[in-house]
Ligand binder design. Structure first.
Ligand code: AMP
Length: 404
């Protein structure tokens, strides 16, 4: 029996298949450019020990067609990982926005779907794709239980002083305007792994998720007490294409003085800002190369990117009145030694002392990259959101989940 984990976006489906009782996936993959003529599927099989990769390029017109191709691959005789789709007993879905009502991993019901849909205005780029994924999976895996795991749920422990904005209460009560926080599945997974690595369940941690989207969380024990994204995933750190925090007057100025429409500002701040806006590139590998070549725009972009992270570290250390470790994760956090070096530079007042050679050594497992006598540990912990979702599904199945 298996758990299928689905991360369904507006034009993509990421998936992994886990045995119900194991952490090692039997296969994983990504379907991209759904709805275009040149859709692409990369499917990796781990079941036989050796890794096998299948690549397909064909038109996949919608999510339903994508899931059909996936189900076909799972049972295709030469590369089958299951005999029958009925062996999939749970489908776990990543859902970015659960708002204030969906704060625990839950079995998907008609009511849950309505609540996810009611959050479309707050997560227009994410929740519609999740609903598509859920509805197709309901049709395709009839005997499976559909489970939703929310990115916002981990941040439900934020105190009110951290989740409220300094505007009238009615905007919170009537309009739901508050900090929700995102990347919660990753922050939770990485903070648990880091606490276990340190052997200190109550450690004060700052988790730094640096991928295409970037966010940070202040974590004490198993409680998240602050996080950098807000009402939407636009706030906080400088990201691949998103600006992060910006004076709201900039938006008003663009609208009132420069005649930008709301749609143009949304596009500008979400898709054309951040590292993309500063350098013309959003892939950190390209920007890092330009930095090494002395490109001034890349140098400034790295400075802005890492300076913002440093400021959040200072803020969260103050919020927690202490700090045991900072934890880098996700595509940039796990791989880009330059980012880690610049973030940790001149941070010895907080007890952060990076071990330069250890920082530069590439690895794919959790590791400590600080000097032996560094008061604050610097860790790199690979995130694994799919495994975290599979574990949530497993806990819900066994009745061990706090939500049951
Ligand atoms: P994620 O959202 O976690 O998949 O991360 C995507 C980001 O990670 C992209 O901006 C990539 O450029 C970046 N990334 C992936 N591999 C590397 C690497 N080896 N060095 C620097 N950045 C990387």
């Amino acid at each position: 029996m298996y758990i299928l984990v689905i991360n369904s976006g507006s034009s993509s489906i990421k998936y992994q298949l886990f045995p119900v009782d194991g952490d090692q996936p039997v296969c994983s993959g990504l379907i991209e450019r759904i709805g275009q003529d040149n859709s692409r599927l990369t499917h990796q099989i781990f079941k036989t020990g050796a890794q096998q990769v299948v690549k397909l390029e064909q038109a996949i017109k919608d999510h339903e067609a994508g899931m059909q191709v996936l189900a076909g691959l799972l049972t295709r005789p030469d590369i089958a990982v299951i005999r029958d789709p009925g062996e999939i007993v749970t489908v776990g879905h990543r859902v970015v926005h659960g708002g204030e009502t969906l704060t625990e991993t839950t079995v998907v019901t008609a009511e849950v779907k309505e609540k996810i849909k009611a959050l479309y205005p707050l997560a227009p780029l994410h929740n519609p794709g999740h609903i598509k994924g859920i509805e197709v999976a309901e049709k395709m895996f009839l005997q499976a239980v559909q489970v939703a795991v929310f990115d916002t749920a981990y941040h439900r422990t934020l105190p009110e002083r951290a989740f409220r904005y300094a505007i009238g209460e009615k905007f919170y009560r009537e309009d739901g305007i508050r900090v929700y926080g995102f990347h919660g599945i990753s922050h939770q997974y990485v903070s648990c792994e880091a606490a276990a690595f340190l052997g200190r369940p109550n450690a004060k941690l700052i988790t730094i998720h640096l991928g295409n989207g970037c966010s940070m969380a202040a974590v004490e024990g198993d409680r998240c007490i602050d996080t950098s994204m807000g009402l939407t995933p636009l706030d906080g750190l400088v990201m691949g294409t998103r600006s992060g925090s910006i004076d709201p007057s900039v938006l008003l100025y663009l609208q009132q003085q420069k005649n930008y429409t709301a749609a143009e500002i949304t596009e500008l701040l979400n898709k054309q800002s951040g590292m993309q806006g500063l350098t013309g590139h959003n892939d950190m590998r390209d920007i890092s190369k330009l930095y090494q070549e002395g490109d001034p725009a890349a140098r400034l972009a790295y400075e802005l990117y890492t300076y913002r992270i440093k400021k959040f570290i200072g803020a969260y250390a103050a919020a927690m009145n202490g700090l045991d470790a900072i934890v880098f994760t996700a595509g940039v956090g796990e791989n880009d030694a330059l980012t880690r070096e610049l973030v940790c530079q001149d941070m010895d007042f907080l007890g952060i002392c990076l071990d330069g050679p250890a920082n530069k050594r590439h690895d794919t497992v959790a590791r400590d990259i600080s000097y032996r006598d560094s008061r604050t540990r610097v860790l790199v912990v690979p995130t694994n959101e799919e495994l975290a979702i599979a574990r949530e599904c497993r806990m819900l199945r066994s009745g061990d989940h706090p939500a049951t």
